[in-house]
Design a protein around this ligand. Sequence first.
Ligand SMILES: [Zn+2]
Length: 149
Amino acid sequence: MKELNISAISDGTVIDHIPAEHTFKVVAILNLPSFRQVVSIASNLDSGKMGKKGIIKVGGLSLRERDVQKIALLAPDATLNIIKDFKVIKKRKLSIPPELDHIVKCFNPHCITNREPVPTRFTVETKEPLTLRCRHCERVMKREEMELI
Ligand SMILES: [Zn+2]
């Protein structure tokens, strides 16, 4: 862990083990371009077990649970390190929750959630590969068809 220098921020969150191809999607979820504190983004770092990975460090930010769920969909093996006074005080492994409330859009254009202002709701059918069943229209959606709200 030393070479990653994860203590470089005094207080904040470090999101580690993001698959490299999703690093900038996680940045978009967090809306970091409008963020005013320290943000450090690294991608395509060598990681023994997962090939190439990304790390995002943000100062003073505690993540919203909704955003954590979105990140888990893109990067189910990512870890969150909560930093206080330059020390990791909490480490959390992400996991995809069994139900997703208004996190992803339904891919079925005829679904009521795409025609009326009804929040989407999905049940996670399988995690690997990821499939989600819409609670409104019962269609099953794969990871490639997912679009975050
Ligand atoms: Zn649907």
